[in-house]
Design a binder for this molecule. Structure first.
Ligand code: M6R
Length: 366
C-alpha cells in the first residue's frame, strides 16, 4: 500500500498533484466557476451573502485563515475565521446573511460540528461544508457542500487534505466573486488557468525534496524553531510550525514577520533556526528586512522562495527556490516545502511519523 514510500505521510505529500487535480476536476471540466459546484440551490444561498464566517480546528483552521485573504481581496466581502472550540462557547452576534463555512477533513471533529450547531441555533441557515469524507456528520448537517477529493488520509499530520481544502476555498471565493459581479470573463479565465497549472507547480515543489532533506540535520538537534511569513503566507508559516511540532516534537512557533520586533526577536540566537516563507510578491522587500533583523542577532535563516526573488545564499542564509511563482495560489505551492521539512526532520529524529504521540487522526471528543 505504501509503494515506494516509507510512511503514509510521505506518500500523501507526494499524492498532492493528483489530489488537487481531482479536487478541481469539476471546475476545470465546467470551464467556469459556478454555484452548482456546491450543490442544489446553491446560487440561492450564495447570491446575497454579506460576509463569510469560517469555523474549523487545527490545520483546517489554517486553511480558513488563508482563504480569508482571498475572500476579502477577490470577492470583496468581509471574512472572519474562528477556532471552532472558541466560537461554540462565546456569545457570538449572528448575522443570518453571513455564510457559515466549516472546514473539516474528517467531517467528524466534535468541536467543528458543535460550532456549526451553535451557529444554526443563532439563526444562521446558510451553511457550507468543505470536507474530505462523503456523508460524514458535518456535511450532512450543512446546506451546501464541496467535497475535496484527497482520498483517504492516514497520516495523523494532515497534508493533502490541507492543500485540497485550499483549492476548494479558492473555488468558493471565485464563485462568490462571480455572483457579486466582481469577476469578469478575463479574470475568471486567468484564475481557472492558475488552477489548471497548479498540479504541475506542486510537482516542481515536490522535486525539491532532496534539497529540503539536506536541511533536516540542521534542525534535528534543535529544541525550538521559528516560522515567519507575511500576508497570505502567514497561515502557511503557522501550518509549517504545526507540522514540525506534531511529528518531530520540536517546539515551533509562527509569527507574522512584521511582529518580530514586538517580542519574538528576543528569542533569536544561533540556536534558533528561522524558517521564512518569502515568495516573490509585493511583501518581499518587507520580509527581506525582517530577515536582516534575524541575521543581526545570529539567527540561522532557512528561506523558501520562488524564481526572481533576487537573493542568494550567504553566511547563515540558506535558500531553496521553487522554479515558478504561482501568483494568487502561491500559499498552496509554499505548503509543500514546509511539509517536507517537517517530515525529514521527524525522520532524522526517529519519531513515529504517521502516529505521533498523544494525537488521534479524528478528534471526536472535547
Ligand atoms: O478532520 P478535521 O479537519 O476537522 O481535523 C482538524 C484537526 O484535528 C486536524 O487538522 C489536526 O490539527 C491535524 N493533526 C493537523 O495535522
Amino acid at each position: 500500500e505504501l509503494g515506494p514510500y516509507r510512511h503514509f505521510m510521505q506518500k500523501e505529500i507526494h499524492e498532492q498533484p493528483r489530489a488537487i487535480g481531482d479536487t478541481i476536476e469539476a471546475v476545470i471540466d465546467n470551464g467556469a466557476f459556478g454555484a452548482e459546484l456546491f450543490g442544489k440551490n446553491a446560487e440561492e444561498v450564495l447570491r446575497d451573502i454579506e460576509g463569510v464566517q469560517i469555523l474549523a480546528c487545527g490545520t483546517s483552521y489554517y486553511a480558513g485563515m488563508t482563504a480569508r485573504y482571498w475572500v476579502e481581496q477577490i470577492a470583496g466581502i468581509p471574512c472572519t475565521v474562528e477556532i471552532a472550540s472558541e466560537y461554540r462557547y462565546r456569545a457570538a452576534v449572528a448575522n443570518p446573511k453571513q455564510l457559515i463555512v466549516t472546514i473539516s477533513q474528517s467531517g467528524e471533529t466534535l468541536d467543528t460540528m458543535e460550532a456549526l450547531k451553535y451557529a444554526k441555533s443563532l439563526g444562521h441557515d446558510k451553511t457550507l461544508s468543505i470536507c474530505n469524507v462523503p456523508e460524514s456528520a458535518i456535511p450532512r448537517a450543512s446546506k451546501l457542500v464541496y467535497y475535496t477529493r484527497a482520498g483517504a488520509e492516514i497520516g495523523v499530520a494532515s497534508t493533502k487534505a490541507f492543500t485540497t481544502q485550499l483549492v476548494a476555498l479558492f473555488t468558493l471565493t471565485c464563485t462568490i466573486a462571480k455572483l457579486r459581479g466582481r469577476l469578469d470573463a478575463e479574470g475568471e479565465a486567468s484564475y481557472l488557468d492558475c488552477l489548471r497549472q497548479l498540479p504541475g507547480s506542486i510537482q516542481h515543489a515536490l522535486n525539491l525534496e532532496p534539497q529540503i532533506k539536506a536541511w533536516s540535520d540542521k534542525f534535528a538537534p534543535k529544541n525550538h524553531a521559528l516560522f515567519l511569513g507575511r500576508g497570505v503566507h502567514y497561515p502557511i508559516a503557522l501550518e509549517g510550525a504545526l507540522k514540525l511540532k506534531e511529528i518531530s516534537y520540536i517546539h515551533a512557533e509562527a509569527y507574522p514577520a512584521g511582529e518580530l520586533k514586538h517580542g519574538p526577536l528576543a528569542l533569536v540566537d544561533e540556536q534558533m533556526p528561522v524558517v521564512v516563507i518569502a515568495p516573490n510578491d509585493a511583501l518581499l522587500e518587507k520580509v527581506k528586512s525582517n530577515m536582516q533583523e534575524v541575521r543581526a542577532r545570529g539567527g540561522q535563516l532557512f528561506v523558501f522562495t520562488d524564481e526572481d526573488s533576487q537573493f542568494g545564499e550567504s553566511e547563515g542564509v540558506h535558500v531553496i527556490r521553487a522554479p515558478r511563482h504561482v501568483g494568487v495560489l502561491s500559499p498552496i505551492m509554499h505548503t509543500i516545502p514546509v511539509q517536507l521539512l517537517a517530515y525529514h526532520v521527524a525522520l532524522a529524529r526517529g519519531t513515529d511519523v504517521d502516529k505521533p504521540r498523544n494525537l488521534a487522526k479524528s478528534v471526536t471528543v472535547e
